[in-house]
Write a protein that binds this ligand. Sequence first.
Ligand code: FES
Ligand SMILES: [Fe+2]
Length: 328
Amino acid sequence: MLPSGYPILKRFWYCIAPSATISDKPFPFTLLGEAIVLWRDSEGRVRAVKDRCLHRTAKLSLGTIENGNIVCPYHGWTFSGTGQCVRVPQDVIEKPNPFGVPAYHCAERYNHVWVALEDPIHDIPEIAEFSDAGYRQVIEFREVWSANPQRIVENSFDPAHIAFVHKNSFGTSDPSIDPFTLTETEDGFIFENDIRVLNPEHMKDALAIEEDETRRHSYNRFYLPFSRVGRIVYPTGLENILCTFLTPIDDTRTQFIQWVMRNDTEAEVSAEKVIAFDRLITNEDKDILESTDFNVPLDNSEGVELHMVADRPGMLMRKMLRRLAQAG
Ligand code: FES
Ligand SMILES: [Fe+2]
């Protein structure tokens, strides 16, 4: 599976950037190989259209925003947030109907901007804690990884890599796999387990736990195609909910967006410490994931990989995506 071979992927919401990043200046982005441009219109609504002028193909993202519309930098043709061409400063020979560029679905949720290239099959994942005053949001990362989004999301549900990839952070030296459960949902599944983890000196601050070792209960939710909302609960009652959204840029690049929801306060653990903890762990994952093949076989027709019991969540994801592609 390379993203370009699965047009069904256009029918999902993808997280593009924190809301504060999108202003009345054009913001170019590449989603599933499609060059798009985002901006805020005069009402403050986020808009996204194809980043290619229909006159002589110039990039609209090099233009400007005027009265909420985007103006092509080449000859000034102007497009509204729905993609309609609303102004041609010269005499145009022919005006097709419709007269404009493709526009895409936009949404703002969880202080982030989301885009779907085609009618989305499922809604943006529900994160109830976002509107619960007992939780705060710590925005962590927006960066580009050189890896397939399927590999990155599978890794978030892979209990076997912890003893190896995270041996310098929270992983114990015990490679055995604790029991886990998998429960299928309409748009993904729920993975649950309970594991022993190390709490080395350099990580203690972020958890506010003194012991050198602790346990974490994971209620890790997968959402098709490449999202996870993973609640980790520590014995102290601390909840750290990892919200990780993978956005396919093209067949070799994925945007990694992550924030956490926590039920503690800034005075107890600063956002800086929360981010430093996840930076360490995320870099451990990134280094290994960027070494993997870009193609991920969803079944044997796309290539052969060997599996173990701990790969069951990843295998279920592949099956769900294949099923969806066949149906779609
Ligand atoms: S290329 Fe955009 S107006 Fe000419
Ligand atoms: Fe990991």
